[in-house]
Design a protein. Structure first.
Length: 277
């Protein structure tokens, strides 16, 4: 298994090599901004953290790339609409939208996770993607082409215990992406959904009131990963160029993907052994 599921659909040339990335001030977003820039793409760095976003732009420009920063909170529909307008004014067209901004929750059983934490995760991880797609799809249709990349997670497939709200938010992003792939294929708009497993990133910093030791435990698990944000970012660039739909960067995630579909009973028995204490 190559780690990809591609469609025979082949889009025309994108509206210039221009890529907009939300949550691009750190982690995978920052890595993707650099990866696209190294392939001579112009990059729009969007992030709620102004200082971090401007730093990424400075890094790209120092390396001879073209980039600009726009502050953006994906919980705000107006921010995303203004971001689209800025891109059009700057580039006269948009090649790729990457909905990357996301957060993780503190670990906890479903019944003990506050509703406010469910709302926070869904507002950013799911509705942030929905808002991004809604703001940019009309432009893609008008210019008769483009590509959407939605960053999900293997958590949307594997459903690990103690991660119910995060799992649900990412599963919804996968389902949304599958729907968009079908809806937009006749409009010359490609869609890619990225489902990485653990990798080295600052995502644990987005936990709200983590229980004692949780931040360190998740961070240590990420540090043990053999794949980096830069590795995944390079795979994303290739996926866009190939109009690849599913991108599961870690090889073992394909085993989970197939097992859940071909033998749910075996998948369930394995998950039942997962430590939940």
């Amino acid at each position: 298994m190559s780690g990809s599921v591609s469609s025979p659909f082949q889009p025309n040339l994108l509206a210039g090599k221009t890529a907009l990335i939300t949550g691009a001030g750190s982690g995978l977003g920052r890595a993707m901004a650099h990866a696209f820039s190294r392939q001579n793409w112009s990059v729009a760095v969007a992030d709620i953290n102004i200082e971090a976003g401007q730093k990424v732009v400075a890094e790209i420009q120092a390396d001879g790339g073209e980039a600009f920063f726009q502050a953006c909170d994906v919980r705000d529909e107006t921010d995303l609409q203004q971001l689209c307008e800025r891109c059009l004014n700057q580039w006269q067209g948009i090649g790729v939208l990457i909905n990357n901004a996301g957060v993780v929750s503190s670990l906890g059983s479903t019944e003990l996770t506050p509703l406010s934490e469910w709302q926070r995760l869904l507002d950013i991880n799911l509705l942030g993607v929905v808002r991004g797609c809604a703001a940019f799809t009309p432009t893609f249709k008008a210019q008769q082409g483009g590509h959407i990349v939605n960053i999900a997670s293997i958590a949307g497939i594997s459903s690990l215990p103690k991660f119910a709200n995060y799992n649900a938010s990412k599963a919804a992003v996968i389902s949304l992406s599958e729907t968009l792939r079908i809806e937009l294929s006749q409009k010359n708009i490609g869609v890619t959904v990225v489902c990485p497993s653990l990798f080295k990133t600052n995502l644990p910093d987005s936990m709200v009131n983590p229980r004692e030791g949780q931040h360190e435990k998740v961070s240590q698990a990420m540090e043990r990963s053999s794949i980096s944000a830069d590795d995944i970012a390079q795979k994303v660039v290739k996926a866009v160029n190939k109009n690849q739909f599913y991108l599961l960067p870690h090889k073992h995630t394909w085993l989970v993907w197939w097992l859940k579909r071909l033998s749910f009973r075996l998948y369930e028995s394995i998950m039942m052994r997962w430590p939940i204490a």
